[in-house]
Design a protein around this ligand. Structure first.
Ligand SMILES: Cc1ncc(COP(=O)(O)O)c(C=O)c1O
Length: 380
């Protein structure tokens, strides 16, 4: 069995300047925003250090390295053949989705999403002048193809897919994605697939990139990034991938200035991650698998009031806290009495009431401490 990835001591984590470690007072354990506590992949760290050592902090020039790196990673991990020339750098996944929607929508058009879902999904379409139409996941957190068909029949411009799905950690199956593509073709709805968590399919699950689904390339674009799996969010680099002339035309209409808006260190780190980070990523996935098991055991013994379905992907646990109280009750108790911060479920849409999202990309010791404090918060 591979060694686990290590996490720096809490005192070092607290020195970090990122959002996760700056949002709460020092006595709070933050298990919120999707940053990881593990050290960086050594090859990524080396590439970043080398860039700083040569004072290489100007504008990014992603072509051709980024496309080649994405194509190599996609082929190695998922047997997905990507044309390196069909990979376009963007600042981050959020910017990429918004730019795609700007091209695909006119003011007042509808864009469909499936809550509970990553909070910015509620903001991206309105940012472009479009309006939201919700087709929630089913009660067991699968794509609801009937609800999607009803929504698509009203002729929205696009559907924003989370694949795998944050916060529920579901890896959509090839059959579900084929059903989605079929509907998209019938009703002429573009699919904008946010696949940022694709590299984080955990042992036991297989990620299916949307563009590997037969027929999808004509109607879908994919947004990929190394930023979740390699903890590079602050460096600002993601990519839009297309697989047909039709969808490449959408990307060709991005603002001409866009090429200056991607982080140079982000491109350098992403290329290193995608070309040399495979072994480290496997170690990460093994470590997260063990944390997922640990969390399940601790929830069962210390917090039996909570229920969950262990995620198939991501390092995020979607916990049902409704037995403790409605809406945001549990989260407030965990924070105020336990000094543990988790994401409020309501941020993920109305379906998130009575839930919290717990980030388990950290050490076994922090998970142990956090669950102990959460249990005390409920009895105290
Ligand atoms: C589903 C999903 N999309 C996008 C993002 C953010 O990506 P970026 O920082 O590249 O915009 C996250 C971050 O957690 C996410 O979970």
């Amino acid at each position: 069995m591979r060694a686990e990835l290590s996490v720096p001591p809490l005192s070092d984590l607290r020195e970090r300047r990122s959002a996760k470690w700056r949002t709460y007072p020092a006595d709070v354990l933050p298990l919120t925003v999707a940053e990881m506590d593990f050290g960086l992949a050594p090859t990524v760290k080396h590439a970043l250090r080398a860039a700083v050592d040569r004072d290489d902090t100007g504008y990014s020039a992603a072509v051709p390295e980024l496309g080649a790196a994405v194509a190599r990673f996609a082929k190695d991990r998922w047997d997905w053949s990507v044309d390196p020339d069909a990979v376009v750098a963007v600042t981050d996944v959020g910017v990429g989705v918004v730019e795609v929607l700007r091209v695909l929508t006119r003011p007042g058009d509808a864009v469909v999403i499936s809550p509970p879902v990553y909070p910015p999904f509620f903001d991206w379409a309105p940012e472009t002048g479009a309006r939201l139409l919700e087709a929630p996941l089913t009660s067991d957190y699968r794509l609801d193809l009937d609800a999607l068909e009803r929504a698509f029949a009203t002729h929205p411009a696009a559907y924003v897919l989370a694949n795998p799905h944050n916060p529920v950690g579901r890896v959509h199956t090839p059959a579900e994605l084929a059903g989605l593509v079929r509907l998209a073709k019938i009703y002429r709805v573009a699919i904008v697939a946010d696949e940022i968590h694709g590299p984080l399919a955990l042992p036991g699950a297989t990620f299916t990139p949307i563009l590997t689904v037969p027929g999808a390339a004509e109607v879908a674009v994919s947004l990929v990034s190394a930023s979740k799996a390699f903890n590079l969010a602050g460096l600002k680099c993601a990519a839009v991938v297309t697989g047909s002339h039709r969808m490449a035309e959408v990307v060709a209409r991005f603002p001409p200035d866009g090429r200056w808006r991607t982080g140079h260190l982000g491109v350098i780190a992403t290329v290193a991650a995608f070309t040399t980070g495979g072994d480290w990523l496997d170690q990460l996935l093994g470590t997260l698998d063990r944390r997922r098991t640990q969390l399940g055991e601790l929830l069962a013994t210390r917090l039996p009031q909570l229920s969950w379905t262990p995620p198939e992907a991501t390092f995020l646990a979607w916990l049902d806290t409704s037995a403790i109280g409605p809406d945001d009750t549990a989260r407030a108790l965990f924070l105020e009495r336990g000094r543990v911060a988790v994401e409020p479920g309501l941020r993920f849409g109305a379906a998130g009431a009575g839930h919290v999202r717990f980030n388990f990309a950290t050490s076994a010791a922090i998970i142990d401490e956090a669950t102990a404090r959460m249990a005390t918060a409920l009895t105290g």
